[in-house]
Design a protein around this ligand. Structure first.
Ligand SMILES: Nc1nc2c(c(=O)[nH]1)N[C@H]1C(S)=C(S)[C@@H](COP(=O)(O)OP(=O)(O)OC[C@H]3O[C@@H](n4cnc5c(=O)[nH]c(N)nc54)[C@H](O)[C@@H]3O)O[C@H]1N2
Ligand SMILES: Nc1nc2c(c(=O)[nH]1)N[C@H]1C(S)=C(S)[C@@H](COP(=O)(O)OP(=O)(O)OC[C@H]3O[C@@H](n4cnc5c(=O)[nH]c(N)nc54)[C@H](O)[C@@H]3O)O[C@H]1N2
Ligand code: SF4
Ligand SMILES: [Mo]
Length: 742
């Protein structure tokens, strides 16, 4: 018998940074290894709720494939180097491109985890400001850009996106979202299915409008299948019924909406009686009528639209109409309806946005190759490939990717994959050597989630309660640079500063002082009272100048970062509260219920109603155990049944001659993939579904587990030209496809 080795065990409480639910975790570390994670029952916000991803966060940290040191690539050989060498190489590469081709040749892609990362989220603004790149690409145009646009148009702030007050509503309609998998999006609410059950338990009702009978639909009172891309037509008919049957009453929003705007909506809706849209939507007219009546009659009601309503041809019209029906029924800015969050640490929507001072102006510049006008500073991410591989002045020669995997996540994925090989300089800030980052010349890893502080920055803007907690790192990162520093350095390089001359501390001070000034506090006082550098100091500023902050001593019992350090399970300031008119930033300070830009798109929708949809339409889906493309290297999450399958209705399967479990070829105008078939009546006839985020079989990655569960990339089928022209958001749902046996 060997003697028992002494063990040291410690318990850490922190917030899971993986999704918008922001669950509190209790993490036990024994001898340097995470050996147990469970929900923190004392967490003021999530009260013990967790999902399988949160409990796997230790596996992410300990993953042997995770990149821990910077790497430089020469040909197909990677070499680990020290940080100084890595930064020197970045400097040489960026300076070279600037010298040979100028600033127009440099661009970046910002991926989704940026929004969830303590330092990336807060410092991406510094990077953008410093680098001043002419064009920036992001995952935003395969996600929520229509919401950003309608929020900017209607309320004056692109991040002032209202969210359903799920914990207090009596009637919840979910359109194009599947919280059972996603845990809520542009909707931060822990244990969202528990809340859904709560609505039903108190006598309320939940309805899901989705081409798929999702896990959320299974838990709801009613599933209403709808043809992808026809949601705006449904909503116009819904509004039609509200007007026609005298159900319009703006309630709390009334003082802030011009009567002429209500009339404009009435006039448009008048053209879309339920009978006109029923064939295209495949929703019976009486169902539209009944739902509109139920919604208007409920004591409180919230209509919620998410990615299925954005990642489609009519993303903007749909996003706008979702807000419109809430406003028309008096379910806006009041408990149980659609409300705005109130972050304890202010979010970007509380900063002045000079770009929107005169309202939304579209097309300040246009994309070089396809001549697409920018919207809120971005063109579709599907432009990136052509901007790299098309010669001419302004061709992109240097690309920086920040926590993104566009080779998997962007439409036209194949062309981008090839284009990236042509770059003279590619630098990736990423913890994985994956489908995208394998093309980088320099790979700069961030810290693991457990090696850094955490306090969400973006998400509280649509949080159903003003609650937060501060997380200390579980593991010491040593002297490795934090991602904010990497961003500052790369930003400076893009601005033409050389690495050797860059003083990161000075850049950071400048950033901090500018924000302090924007918040109306004396920068000298803020600087004096705020210790340290980087995101901790910024977070302290966000809390102290937030709604409950101490304003650097002006408000005696106000909150500071220290208040959160003293409250390891968080601080809760209560449920959402009305924020209109204070939140409105439109030029006239009112809600624009009927923006001209959006109304002008209605004829395009009318034409869509006449278009036959005989063939199959492809949609995307998510799974609780996946997170976009990047958690497939965690064995405990990918084990079990193959999840990258084509879901297809039995009638369509037999028409196509494909059987359950067999492999089918799915083809669109853009390409084809071969994928196992899962026959299920959870799909409505005529619509098939593939998950996104798969396709891990590329040469040159370092993701051993993901490779064994490669799956296929559904963005090989997405059409680069299929997007919502109002917002520039990709339409990865509603793609015409053919399915054949292999
Ligand atoms: N067909 C189809 N396409 C879609 C979608 C769809 O529904 N259907 N959804 C779209 C949506 S909503 C989104 S948000 C995008 C996502 O698109 P992306 O943001 O491009 O992709 P992710 O899969 O989230 O990849 C994130 C990358 O960040 C890295 N990473 C993770 N954590 C960190 C960190 O803390 N620091 C750093 N530096 N790197 C980190 C991962 O290793 C990975 O390389 O995909 C979009 N694409
Ligand atoms: N587990 C997990 N959680 C995640 C993610 C993840 O990958 N995995 N990703 C995170 C990210 S980046 C985001 S943006 C959110 C997204 O969060 P959600 O919006 O909830 O995303 P999904 O779960 O993909 O649900 C979208 C639903 O829209 C339906 N749909 C597709 N097209 C249409 C259409 O045209 N009309 C209608 N009415 N419905 C349609 C699909 O069938 C699907 O059920 O999830 C976040 N949370
Ligand atoms: S639902 Fe899961 S992934 Fe999302 S925050 Fe909670 S534990 Fe993390
Ligand atoms: Mo997303």
């Amino acid at each position: 018998m060997t003697a028992t080795t002494p063990t040291t065990s410690s318990t850490h409480f922190r917030t899971c940074p993986l999704c918008e639910a922001m669950c509190g975790l209790e993490i036990r570390v024994t001898d340097g290894t995470v050996d147990r994670i469970r929900g923190d029952r004392a967490d003021v916000w999530s009260k013990g709720y967790v999902c399988p991803k949160g409990t796997a966060i230790g596996h992410l940290h300990h993953d042997p494939d995770r990149v821990r040191r910077p790497m430089i690539r020469t040909g197909d050989r990677w070499e680990e180097v020290d940080w100084e060498t890595a930064f020197a190489r970045c400097d040489e590469l960026i300076a070279g491109v600037l010298e040979r081709h100028g600033k127009d040749a440099v661009s970046c892609y910002i991926g989704n985890p940026t929004a969830h990362n303590f330092s990336l989220g807060r410092y991406v603004g510094l990077f953008i400001g410093l680098a001043a790149l002419p064009v920036v690409y992001s995952a935003g145009t395969v996600d929520q850009w229509p919401k950003n646009l309608t929020a900017a148009l209607m309320y004056g702030g692109m991040w002032s996106i209202p969210t359903p007050d799920v914990p207090r509503t009596d009637y919840w309609i979910v359109m194009g979202g599947n919280p059972q998998a996603s845990q809520g999006s542009l909707l931060a609410c822990p244990d969202i299915l528990g809340e859904l059950d709560g609505i039903r338990a108190r006598g309320g009702k939940v309805v899901v409008l989705d081409p798929r009978r999702t896990g959320t639909a299974e838990r709801a009172d009613e599933w209403v299948p709808i043809v992808p891309g026809t949601d705006a037509a449904f909503l116009l008919a819904f509004a039609h019924v509200l007007f026609a049957d005298g159900l319009v009453d703006l309630g709390p929003a009334a003082p802030y909406v011009d009567a002429a705007k209500v009339d404009a909506v009435r006039a448009v809706a008048a053209e879309f009686p339920p009978e006109r849209v029923e064939a295209a939507c495949r929703v019976p007219a009486e169902t539209v009528r009944r739902l509109a009546h139920e919604f208007a009659a409920a004591p409180s009601a919230a209509f919620y639209g998410r990615i299925g309503t954005c990642n489609q041809e009519f993303g903007t019209l749909t996003s706008w109409l979702v807000d419109v029906v809430n406003i028309l029924t008096g379910n806006f800015d009041r408990p149980g309806g659609l409300m705005f969050g109130k972050p304890i640490a202010w979010g970007v929507n509380s900063l002045p946005n000079p770009e929107l001072a005169d309202g939304v102006v579209i097309g300040k510049w246009r994309s070089r190759v396809r001549d697409i006008p920018e919207v809120l500073g971005q063109v579709p991410v599907s432009c990136l490939a052509e901007e790299i591989d098309t010669p001419g002045p302004g061709q992109i020669r240097a690309l920086i990717t920040i926590a993104g995997n566009p080779v998997i996540s962007a439409p036209g994925a194949g062309r981008l994959d090839a284009a990236l090989t042509e770059l003279e300089c590619m630098i990736s800030i990423d913890n994985a050597l994956n489908e995208t980052t394998r093309h980088a010349h320099v790979l700069l890893p961030g810290l693991s989630a457990l090696e850094q502080h955490h306090f969400d920055d973006l998400i509280p803007m649509w949080q159903v309660r003003s609650a937060a907690r501060f997380s200390e790192p579980v593991f010491d990162p040593g002297d490795r640079p934090h991602e904010w520093e990497i961003l500052a350095r790369l930003g400076a390089m893009c601005a033409g500063m050389r690495h050797a001359d860059t003083d990161v501390g000075m850049l950071d001070d400048g950033f901090f002082l500018a924000l302090a000034e924007a918040k109306g506090v004396d920068p000298a006082v803020a600087l004096e009272q705020s210790p340290g550098r980087g995101p901790l100091r910024l977070l302290d500023l966000q809390i102290r100048t937030g709604p409950w902050g101490d304003r650097y001593g002006e408000v005696p019992d106000g909150l500071t970062l220290q208040s959160f350090r003293d409250a390891p399970h968080g601080i809760d300031q209560g449920p959402m509260v009305p924020r209109v008119p204070e939140i409105l930033e439109t030029p006239d300070g009112r809600i624009d219920l009927a923006p001209d830009l959006v109304l002008a798109d209605v004829p395009r929708l009318a034409r869509r109603l006449d278009r036959a949809t005989d063939g199959l339409l492809l949609t995307s889906r998510r799974h609780l155990r996946s997170n976009n493309s990047w958690m497939h290297n965690v064995k405990v999450l990918v084990k079990g049944k193959d999840r990258c399958t084509l879901l297809i209705h039995p009638d369509d399967a037999s028409a196509a001659g494909v059987a359950d479990g067999a492999v089918a070829r799915v083809s669109s105008e853009a390409g084809s993939v071969e994928v196992p078939v899962e026959v299920s009546d959870e799909m409505m006839p005529g619509v098939v579904s593939l998950p996104h985020g798969w396709g891990h079989d590329k040469v040159g990655t370092r993701q051993a587990v993901a490779r064994e569960h490669a799956g296929v990339n559904n963005n090989l089928l997405a059409l680069p030209d299929l997007f919502d022209p109002l917002s520039n958001n990709a339409a990865v749902n509603g793609i015409p496809v053919e399915v054949q046996p292999v």
